[in-house]
Write a protein that binds this ligand. Sequence first.
Ligand SMILES: Cc1cc2nc3c(=O)[nH]c(=O)nc-3n(C[C@H](O)[C@H](O)[C@H](O)COP(=O)(O)OP(=O)(O)OC[C@H]3O[C@@H](n4cnc5c(N)ncnc54)[C@H](O)[C@@H]3O)c2cc1C
Length: 417
Amino acid sequence: MEPYDITVIGAGPAGLFCAIRAVTPGARVLLLEKMEEPGKKLLLSGTGQCNITHGGEMRDFLSHYGSHGKWLKPALFSFTNKALLAFFEERGLSMQAEENGKVFPKTRLSSDVLAVLLAECKMRGVEIHCGEPVTGITRVKGGFDIMTSRAAYHSLVVVITTGGASYPRTGSTGDGYRLSESLGQPVSETAPALTPLLIRNFPFAALAGISFEDMPFTVWRAGKKVGDYKGDVLFTHLGISGPGVLDASRYILPDDLIKLSFVGAMKREEFTADLSKRVQENRTWQVSTILAGYPIPERLNRKLLKLSDIPDDLKCNHFSVEQRTRLVTNCTEFPMTVTAPGGYAVAMATRGGVALDGVDMKTMESKIISHLYFAGEVLDIDGDTGGYNLQAAFSTGYLAAEGIRKTFEKNSQLLGK
Ligand SMILES: Cc1cc2nc3c(=O)[nH]c(=O)nc-3n(C[C@H](O)[C@H](O)[C@H](O)COP(=O)(O)OP(=O)(O)OC[C@H]3O[C@@H](n4cnc5c(N)ncnc54)[C@H](O)[C@@H]3O)c2cc1C
């Protein structure tokens, strides 16, 4: 059984960065990756352009991880977005922030981000074994025995960075949850997050591709409002997507009712009054012409009239109160029922995972099994779109490495055993 000091399981951004930072003189570091190549999900990130982080203040990051941001405070403040950008800048890869705060490499290539991480691993002597999935970990005296499809290793320290369960074709298939549980580490229930919503009898399938900036929408469950959101929304063939929907998806359940507003910030009463005034002042105009005065895409305009049972050529002087009420509802609170949030195949993140109260979030070490660490999406952390997930992967990877280095500094006699 080949001995290592540190074994990291999973060569995504969290694992690669943790391995890089954990290297200490005399320590043998092994990085085991299931797929034939490392960083498959990283390569897909940001549609291949890699939205690596957000340029905002670190204190504002905390609200972008659902109710779990506070747990991430030590990691995010120990290794900030600025520190992440400096790491890549120092290695020749410049970064650029967009107006909305999203940060990308100037080259717009996620492969450049991966190349920097792999070069750094090589330079620091991290051994990467690809095509070698870990199938089991056992706690033994003086560390862990690690079984893979090809070999067995002994390691003093193990870091689980196997990612979540979404986009399984990238290698992240939830193995980390099973490995953690087998060691006695609690794992909370998982579900797809950052996922499009499938809508029952979606009436806008023919309008797939139309998107709306900063659209207000509400979520209702059993007749009660359970959420109030605003963000970019995109029509798909089967429902709705876009950053606003993806971010809200962690809170949405099957059968929830979503109400979309196509008239921006204008509330129902405001729109009713404004529409009535325009109708009153232009009695001989067609209702469709009045509706065209609002910033609603033309094809949607026609569809909304149809769904409100209003003929295309109806004149304002024949516009009934019932028709007006239906049109107002469809423009300000268009109701659609969620069949289901999209599954793991289309979700960009996983909700749930290794339970945070079982981990010392200042070192990323298990509170239950000493010398077992976690980083990245395998943890019960899922961030909003905008670079928050990759920043969390790098920051927790960094903190785990710091924790490991401190362990070895305190106990240098452990190394090389
Ligand atoms: C399409 C898409 C686009 C995205 N875009 C962005 C973006 O622009 N910005 C952003 O912040 N976030 C983005 N994300 C989310 C982000 O990519 C992830 O949160 C991030 O990659 C998580 O990093 P990780 O290292 O924890 O896990 P992963 O990147 O999932 O890496 C885990 C690695 O572990 C390996 N592994 C799994 N099981 C085993 C095993 N048994 N043995 C050995 N190895 C194993 C996997 O093969 C994988 O390589 C995107 C996600 C998707 C799906």
